[in-house]
Design a protein around this ligand. Structure first.
Ligand SMILES: NC(=O)c1ccc[n+]([C@@H]2O[C@H](COP(=O)([O-])OP(=O)(O)OC[C@H]3O[C@@H](n4cnc5c(N)ncnc54)[C@H](O)[C@@H]3O)[C@@H](O)[C@H]2O)c1
Length: 288
């Protein structure tokens, strides 16, 4: 085993994010336990990891030996108590629901060591609320990864007022071992990334609504004029209009700023099932 900052990592939730997080932790040399609510979901997560590594091998970015070593370091465990009992770090990646995350952390905290670091991958929820009631709040922190996790360089580390500096330092060091660039943000609605990203996306939608320019031209304005790799409307299509709508409503309530008011066009499109890439139609046509 290598000198990885956290030797035993448990990832709760084996979906889009959880599978990617498990993969990068295993690639860094940690022994990873992957937990989900059913065997099917865990198998799907393991399948995602295998597919990603296979592609890496095809492209010559991952050796066959690394692929096998990474896969051998990910162990699926369905029982939460067994999954977390020897973890040094638990990373939660279940769907974006405060109730669900509270439930997961109350069960995790009851079974893991009191020194285990507890991290959430929430993209916008208040960490104060996610970790509400956890004993030893100094060990609680946000580790906000981006999709697809093995490719995206950013790790947004979110600290609560109560987070121990030593825990922040360990997570920063671990981020380096995961080959991520970390930024450090204080717990506040939407952190740095979702707050700015959603703000830009909402304004772009208001501009479509007002007929300022076409979606293609609004996106080009940011891509070519400001060197954004992708325009805000295409990004909204990729993330999903329903997902962004939920975050916008949350930020609108928490930040009480007109910048986060949800445009009627967005509500209409979600009501019509125009959710972006996943539904085949959004600001762009994704049907073929
Ligand atoms: N998808 C993204 O682009 C993205 C980016 C950054 C952050 N996030 C955040 O990451 C988190 C997960 O998002 P996702 O896109 O991976 O969701 P997902 O729906 O793909 O995966 C969630 C997984 O959690 C599992 N799950 C549900 N309840 C559980 C429980 N009680 N115990 C264990 N597993 C449980 C589900 O079965 C599912 O496999 C959310 O908080 C989301 O906001 C998502």
């Amino acid at each position: 085993m290598t000198n990885v900052e956290f030797e035993r990592v448990t990832v709760i939730g084996a979906g889009t994010m959880g599978a990617g997080i498990a993969q990068v932790c295993a690639q860094a040399g940690a022994a990873v336990t992957l937990n989900d609510v059913s065997q099917d979901f865990v198998d799907r997560g393991l399948g995602t990891i295998r597919k990603f590594l296979d592609k890496g091998v095809e492209k010559g970015k991952v050796t066959e030996a690394d692929r096998e070593a990474t896969l051998s370091r990910v162990e699926p465990v369905l029982d939460v108590a067994a999954a977390v009992q020897s973890a040094d770090l638990v990373i939660e990646a279940v769907p974006e629901s405060l109730e669900l995350k509270n439930d997961v952390f109350s069960r995790v905290a009851g079974h893991c060591s009191s020194s285990a670091v507890l991290a959430t991958n929430t993209s916008s929820l208040s960490l104060q609320k996610v970790f509400g009631g956890i004993a030893e709040p100094g060990r609680c922190i946000g580790m906000h990864f981006f999709n697809p996790v093995p490719i995206m360089k950013l790790l947004e580390i979110v600290r609560l007022q109560s987070t121990d500096s030593g825990v922040v330092e360990r997570v920063q060091s671990f981020a380096g071992q995961l080959t991520k660039e970390a930024i450090l943000v204080h717990d506040s609605p939407g952190f740095a990334t979702s707050r700015l990203g959603v703000c830009l996306g909402l304004e772009a939608i208001r501009m479509v609504e007002a007929g300022v320019a076409s979606p293609v031209d609004i996106d080009k304005a940011m891509e070519l004029g400001y060197r954004h790799p992708m325009g805000p409307l295409k990004l909204t299509d990729l993330v999903g209009l329903d997902v962004r709508l939920a975050i916008a409503e949350y930020l609108d309530e928490e930040l009480d700023s007109p910048a986060f008011g949800v445009p009627q066009l967005m509500r209409d499109m979600v009501a019509q099932g125009k959710l972006g890439q996943k539904s085949g139609q959004g600001f762009y046509d994704w049907s073929d």
